[in-house]
Design a protein around this ligand. Structure first.
Ligand code: PRP
Length: 214
């Protein structure tokens, strides 16, 4: 039986923090922290294999079973709605999903609201619950630019420190939800490797709680 657990990590700063959690609970693979362009790392002694994936692609690897488990932001999960199980809130990568724009941008309630975003599904669901008519303008980054140059009335985007909004004279108008990184698992992997995955999740849960998360 293949008893190696493959883990898709989000490439970047969050992924490095997440790897440190896995290292702490006994799934270390020190080569992963070396400065290189390699994307796959395996530690056969610990029965673990890591992939560095683009953060927005982690859930795709997990849903298709190319990785058994992965770590993805709740923003990505809400946007993509992948067919996976969410096991644990890791309490990292905390930020919020918000509607932002210039002060007063939401005051004209009778007109179609032009919403620029990387998260069209989240935006569509949010406004459909409010029965507000909107037009989505899908962008890929630098979303804050849109209301400044009048491409949109507001944006739906991630706010972490608030610096990007502040430096562009924009503000949070409504908070949609809190976001953090989640441990996710492929459904078939969970069925066939239940014990190993439960053990990994329980150890992670212990250090996440010790780290001050309730
Ligand atoms: C994200 C997000 C905001 C910014 C929020 O962008 O889309 O622009 O970070 O962070 P802050 O509140 O701490 O300023 P990212 O850096 O991922 O780049 P992007 O503009 O290419 O999406």
């Amino acid at each position: 039986m293949n008893d190696t657990i493959s883990v898709a990590l989000p490439k970047g700063r969050l992924g490095e923090k997440v790897y440190k959690l896995f290292d702490e609970i006994g799934y270390g693979c020190p080569e992963i922290l070396e400065d290189s362009r390699k994307l796959i790392f395996e530690n056969t002694e610990n029965h673990v294999r890591y992939f560095w994936a683009k953060p927005s692609d982690v859930a795709i690897y997990v849903e298709h079973g190319a990785a058994d488990v992965g770590v993805a932001g709740l923003d990505i999960l809400l946007e993509q709605e992948p067919d996976i199980y969410e096991l644990l809130d890791l309490g990292l990568g905390k930020c919020r999903m918000a509607v932002a724009g210039k002060k007063g941008a939401l005051s004209q309630t009778d007109e179609t609201l032009r919403v620029a975003t990387k998260f069209p599904n989240i935006a569509r669901r949010y406004y459909s619950e409010k029965s507000r008519e909107i037009e989505i303008i899908k962008l890929n980054g630098s979303i804050e630019l849109a209301p400044i140059v009048k491409l949109s009335d507001v944006i739906v985007d991630i706010v972490e420190t608030g610096t990007t909004l502040r430096e562009n004279k924009l503000e949070v108008l409504e908070t949609i939800c809190d976001i953090s990184a989640r441990l996710i698992v492929n459904k078939a992997s969970y069925r066939f490797k239940t014990e190993q995955i439960e053990e990994m999740c329980a150890k992670l849960a212990q250090i996440v709680i010790r780290g001050g998360k309730g």
